[in-house]
Design a binder for this molecule. Structure first.
Ligand code: MN
Length: 245
């Protein structure tokens, strides 16, 4: 039995380093976590047109939407608040297309950090553009630079009788946190599966879909020290395996 092929969305790397060769990037932790779950990772470039994206989509058994910068607010019908970080409209449009296809065609999908935001916008939802300035009394969700990627920032309450709870258990779960945006209005067909103590949405899923899970934290950075997080990648690979020809 061959391993399921899991696409991981890459991004345009704007960190200029000599000799300034243009780069696409993916954090190695996504690749390693997918392999740990017994999936075969395949990196998807962010600059593809629809025909190329569609060809890749049709070759996938599963999809991981990775973290990154902010989605262009016009794509969810809002004005730019002036508080955005690293907007890449080309990546937005590519990932929104992939997310819509995965939603409507039942491809296994794990959406991480920016990914849960892409999933929500793909389903017609909206985003809080900047938690610290727009949500009174919010927790610190944007951990300071240099903090270990697996450091616990806050808890989330995982709601029972959800796909997420089946994987990681219902109730309190410790998570890391590297986001200044969050889901605001939930998109059509999605339900909330986890919230932080300040009410910020930290999990979404589509109950009508075989495996469509979004998390606002970064489980791929926690799999070494918090084995419970491996279950998300085990689950993605298992659901994707069911889709291999
Ligand atoms: Mn958070």
């Amino acid at each position: 039995m061959s391993l399921p092929v899991i696409g991981i969305t890459g991004w345009t790397d704007r960190s200029a380093r000599p000799p300034n060769i243009p780069l696409f990037s993916v954090s190695q932790t996504y690749v390693q976590a997918v392999m740990m779950g017994r999936g075969a990772p395949m990196i998807i470039p962010p600059n593809l047109e629809e025909a190329e994206l569609r060809a890749i989509f049709e070759s996938l058994d599963g999809l991981l939407l990775s973290g990154g910068g902010d989605i262009l607010p016009a794509l969810y019908g809002e004005e730019d608040s002036g508080l955005l970080w690293v907007v890449d409209e080309q990546r937005d449009r590519a990932e929104l297309a992939l997310a819509r296809w995965a939603l409507t065609e039942g491809l296994s999908l794990l959406a991480i950090c920016r990914g849960i935001q892409v999933l929500n916008v793909a389903a017609g939802g909206t985003l809080i553009q900047d938690i610290p300035t727009q949500v009174p009394n919010s927790l610190t969700h944007s951990s300071v630079a240099g903090r270990p990627r697996d450091s616990i920032a806050h808890t989330v309450d995982v709601i029972r009788d959800t796909q997420l709870a089946t994987l990681v258990g219902a109730g309190q779960l410790d998570v890391n946190s590297f986001h200044h945006q969050a889901v605001k209005d939930v998109g059509t067909g999605l339900v909330v599966t986890a919230r932080a103590p300040d009410g910020i949405i930290e999990g979404l899923e589509s109950p009508d879909h075989p495996f469509c899970i979004g998390v606002q934290w970064h489980p791929e950075a926690m799999v070494e020290s918090y084995p419970v997080m491996r279950r998300l990648f085990d689950g993605l690979a298992e659901a994707s395996q069911a889709q291999t020809g």
